[in-house]
Ligand binder design. Structure first.
Ligand SMILES: Cc1cc2nc3c(=O)[nH]c(=O)nc-3n(C[C@H](O)[C@H](O)[C@H](O)COP(=O)(O)O)c2cc1C
Length: 226
């Protein structure tokens, strides 16, 4: 272990009075702030990187990083292989937790909720926005399965490239039926803002109604100790 370097978390903090009644606008604002920070200082290279935790049939949690490629009133979302570890976990237990973390900004958002498969049209639209190589990669990778060698994966890529040659646009490579998005219907969202002496601000939206992340009547806000 390196000698411990202790940073004082001199963040801006977060005050109850600055919070909207519904959480969506604040999630959007913090994501935009991270995007702007990357543009200005270059120290948040993947502002959308989000840790996603699922639990398998033995109760064992698994966590991995994906990209939050969707954010709407129905929740944050990401795209993946439905037969991956996370996909199989969610099939038997849709409970999910996720966290966006921006260390240079002393900020994080945690989401707790239930994952739902996105409508296929939405997955289709996103898949169509991906470059050719990423589309072929989705077909070639049996995500989370053992792979004997790297060469095996490259051969799978080559065979799909023969099947759907690169025309320059990626059009023609269809959406695999085992690939798509999940959206997280949140029951709780925590906004964490680092402050000095570990006395951080933690403000949590807790679901009180059936509305979405933009519905002011469906949330109460609770401060938690750091
Ligand atoms: C920065 C970053 C972004 C990633 N984005 C995605 C993604 O959007 N979708 C995805 O399926 N995997 C993504 N991955 C790979 C996952 O972390 C993980 O290895 C993969 O999804 C398999 O996870 P699983 O076996 O737990 O299902 C990303 C990894 C990193 C480090």
């Amino acid at each position: 272990m390196q000698p411990i370097k202790r940073w004082d978390y001199a963040g801006e903090g977060l005050d109850e009075h600055d919070l909207p009644a519904a959480p969506l606008a604040l999630v959007e604002q913090w994501v935009q702030d991270a995007v702007d920070r990357q543009a200005a200082k270059g120290d948040v290279p993947e502002p959308d990187a989000i840790s996603v935790a699922t639990v398998d049939d033995a109760g064992q949690p698994h966590v991995r990083t994906v990209l939050m490629r969707y954010l709407g009133p129905d929740g944050p979302g990401f795209y993946t292989n439905y037969t991956s570890r996370k996909g199989l976990d969610l099939e038997i237990n849709p409970n999910i937790a996720a966290a966006l973390t921006w260390p240079p900004m002393f900020r994080a958002i945690r989401f707790v909720g239930v994952a739902h498969k996105m409508p296929v049209e939405r997955s289709e639209a996103y898949f169509r926005s991906r470059p050719y190589g990423s589309r072929i990669g989705a077909w070639a990778s049996h995500q989370s399965q053992p792979a004997a060698t790297r060469a095996q994966l490259e051969e799978a890529v080559a065979s799909y490239e023969r099947k759907w040659p690169d025309t320059g646009s990626g059009e023609g490579v269809p959406l695999p039926d085992f690939w798509g998005g999940y959206v997280v219907r949140c029951d709780e969202l925590e906004f964490w803002a680092g402050r000095s002496s570990r006395l951080h601000d933690r403000l949590v939206y807790v679901r009180t109604g059936d509305g979405d992340l933009a519905d002011a009547g469906s949330w109460r806000i609770e401060r938690r100790q750091p």
